[in-house]
Design a protein around this ligand. Structure first.
Ligand code: HEM
Length: 394
């Protein structure tokens, strides 16, 4: 590959996988656009980058969420952009609140949202699956996790959309919209914290406020940054898992039949969707020292894009990587990252995927695509279509 690849060009966004394959084959560590980042495409190199925070700093994530015109973006200050030892301390305190208790607290809510979706279906109806389930379910979960008023849920998509395009925002209108989003969100979240201080509840926000017996606790700014992070980390990513999952299912009637006959296979289906269309295709890092990777020596300060979306299609790890196969043996899945920053929400996502697809596969009818082109979101941080129009047929 001689020309510099633009990861955000329309062709690459529509189907990045042949381009990733070419990178893995002929230029496993090379500069790409936007911005001349060094794309790392082979599975083991991606894992190496993600695991070695002392060589590859998460300041790269911070940079991807900052812009000169945005005075302060709390997400950029959140743990996803921190390095050890600050990250280690923040993660330990957050993980305590965000542990095994989250999924059981949320399952009934996920089922209720799936039921509302199913109940609104009528034969022949056309609908945007993203809006009606793929956004609705994670929005309900995140609103509850953040303690936000459910009436604000309709704004979540807009907020999350704004935050993932900070680096590519170019029009004055979009920049204004992003600034308003960040300040609105900050205000709402600080109100939630103030309310929980006065009246604690059985929820994650209250747990985050609780001090450790030894006196360690998160500061108000750390909590607000973490809550901002949850909105972006937990919303769009899950939306794309669900919408990519339905699209892949509609294209595979035999698989759909098999899953309908045996719902215990749904978790394996969800796992394969995560591999096949990694909802978070890249993670940003910056080299802290000169380092040689994939035969290329990178200087200190080099911006890196660790391509999880390519790693999960690496032929050395997954035979026939472009075949969608739910019977693949389970193994380490880089779609959730790896190492110190590995996704804290993975159990939540797996539960959402399972509950959503169990509901879809238990319907008397099925979905078929409505013939409209897909508009892939222009972001390195998430991969999925803006809308997915389908018809429910019985
Ligand atoms: C399909 C859905 C999801 C995918 C593919 C995904 C993927 C990822 C990845 C790749 C990272 C690592 C980023 C890096 O190393 O720079 C990450 C971090 C994180 N994710 Fe997720 N995520 C998903 C959903 C969620 C949900 C639902 C939540 C919370 C409710 C969540 C919370 C987090 C948090 C807090 C981090 C930061 C961890 C840290 O910095 O230590 N994610 N996620």
């Amino acid at each position: 590959m001689h020309e510099r690849l633009d990861l955000l060009s329309p062709e690459v966004r529509a189907n990045p996988y042949p381009y990733y394959a070419e990178l893995r084959r002929s230029a496993p560590v090379c500069q790409v656009d936007p911005g001349g980042m060094w794309a790392v495409s082979r599975h083991d190199d991606v894992a190496f980058v993600l695991r070695n925070a002392e060589l590859f700093s998460s300041q790269g994530v911070r940079a991807s969420l900052s812009a000169p015109w945005l005075e302060h973006n709390p997400i950029a200050d959140s743990m996803v952009g921190m390095d050890p030892p600050l990250h280690t301390r923040n993660r330990a305190l957050v993980a305590r609140a965000f542990s095994t208790r989250v999924v059981p607290r949320m399952e009934a809510l996920m089922r209720r949202v799936a039921r509302e979706f199913v109940d609104a279906l009528t034969p022949g109806r056309e609908l945007d699956f993203c809006a009606e389930l793929a956004i609705a379910m994670p929005s309900a979960v995140i609103a509850t996790l953040l303690g936000l008023d459910p009436s604000l849920r309709s704004r979540f998509r807009h907020w999350a959309d704004d935050v993932v395009v900070i680096r590519s925002a170019s029009t004055p209108e979009r920049i204004e919209s992003i600034k308003t989003t960040v300040s609105d969100l900050d205000r709402y979240l600080r109100e939630v914290l103030a309310a929980r201080r006065v009246a604690p509840q059985d929820d994650v926000v209250t747990d985050l406020l609780a001090a450790e017996p030894g006196g360690a606790a998160l500061t108000e700014s750390e909590i607000v940054s973490f809550l901002h992070l949850l909105l972006i980390a937990g919303l769009e990513t899950t939306t794309h898992l669900l919408s990519n999952g339905l699209r892949l299912l509609m294209e595979r009637p035999a698989l759909e039949e098999r899953l309908r006959r045996d719902l215990s296979l749904v978790p394996a289906f969800v796992e394969e969707v995560l591999r096949f269309e990694a909802p978070t295709p890249a993670a940003g890092r910056v080299t802290l020292h000169e380092v040689t990777l994939g035969g290329v020596t990178l200087p200190r300060g080099a911006p890196i894009a660790a391509l999880m979306g390519s790693a999960t299609r690496d032929e050395t790890r997954y035979p026939d990587p472009d075949v969608f196969d739910i019977d693949r043996p389970r193994q380490l899945l880089l779609a959730f990252g790896n190492g110190p920053h590995a996704c804290l929400g993975a159990p939540v996502v797996r539960a959402e995927g399972r509950i959503a697809f169990e509901a879809i596969l238990s319907l008397p009818g099925r979905f078929e695509r409505v013939d409209r082109p897909l508009d892939w979101i222009a972001s390195m941080l998430v991969r999925g279509p803006r809308e997915l129009w389908v018809r429910y047929v019985t």
